[in-house]
Design a binder for this molecule. Sequence first.
Ligand SMILES: [Zn+2]
Length: 454
Amino acid sequence: MNDTGRPSGATGTQHPRAALITGFLLWALAAPLAAEPERVVLRGARLIDGRGDAPLAGVSLVIEGERIVSVRKTTAASAGTRVIDLGGATLLPGLIDAHTHPLISTDSYQIDQLRWSSAYKALKGLKAVQDNLLAGWTTLRIAGDADRYYAHLDIRRAIDEGMFVGPRITGAGHYLSVTGGGGDINFLPSELRVPTDGKVVDGVDEMRRAVREEIKYGSDWIKLLVTGAFMSTGDRPEDVHMSPEELRVAVEEAARRGVPVMAHAHGTEGIKQAIRAGVRSIEHGTFMDDEAIDLMIEHDVFLVPTVYIGEYYIEKGSDSEEMEKMVELSKSTQADFELRVAEAVRRGVKVAVGTDFGGYPPRINAGEISAMVRVGMTPMQAIQAATRVGAELLGWEDRVGTLEPGKLADVIAVAGNPLDDVSELEDVIFVMIGGRVVKAPDGVSVAGPTMGPR
Ligand SMILES: [Zn+2]
């Protein structure tokens, strides 16, 4: 499977015996695939398709291999069909987290990335993305991650190669930051030069090189820290960090390779400059004014506001160097920010759900869907923001985000009705990815849920 849109690895020239062995392996692998794919019927009390249609009652999803083949009224299943009956549960499309950082798992993330090897981060990150999958998040867009190397893109590789089961992953290798920006380490004395969690880039030549390097090592998004950040010390989220030339070159260089750009931008000036430069999504958008919202609509730019993380830190607090500022700034800005997101929702900006967590216990992720309801979405709209809209942002609307014939069978279920209480999504009881069941309630018979090799 290669759902990332990247070409599969080339094999290159081979020794004749290697070619023979490869030939046999291909034959052996192809043999079982030639058989009819198994047909599974998945039943629930209601189905929310992600398109915004009224929920369907008493519906079965028919799945063959990794895809959905039909959605139909529940009738007696034909002989030889495996039936998974989830009783009174609600079926929904797998959730899409459009902004996450699986390698970040504690508040001291800038120190962690120094004390942990890339290999250890990969192992920890693999556990994190599998936990996300088990919580219902079947697709992740990584907004750059806290490793000098590309541990999270190797996690994706291991999943794509079938070594482990995990969510579908797309995203950026690093967050690109200016010197002194949110991806730099700003709390050490000048004589200490240590690797930074983000990739530090200054000037158009370095930007060009950084974008090319990110793509070379597997990024299918470029992430820019256009303004200062809430996390990290020593910078201010209102400030525009990147010059118009740096922004222009980043978008131009990424576009040359068909790679979209996501822009972390809090201050309204930075938001506007990023949109005018041609980015595909604004991350956070904290201080967006009406003109910034107009620009998002005019340029068809998505907003991934990551609202809930601010509420989380206001409530939880933090004693880490990196998050102290996050807590204080959130206290002073969160209420106004939520009003601005409400305005963007009201005016019809395409808003996708992104958590900004990743390596934290994934039960908190659904807090972002509840937050979308608090800023004025209906539960149905909030579910779409976490499914169909996320798929559109990724350009993956032909594969995921809705439950329709032809789509990949990424399906989750919750016990109750999330249209009555959207926090039901904190407790996902069933998860299927690409037709494979990875989580099921006790007593429901499935063919061995497991997170091991395929
Ligand atoms: Zn982030």
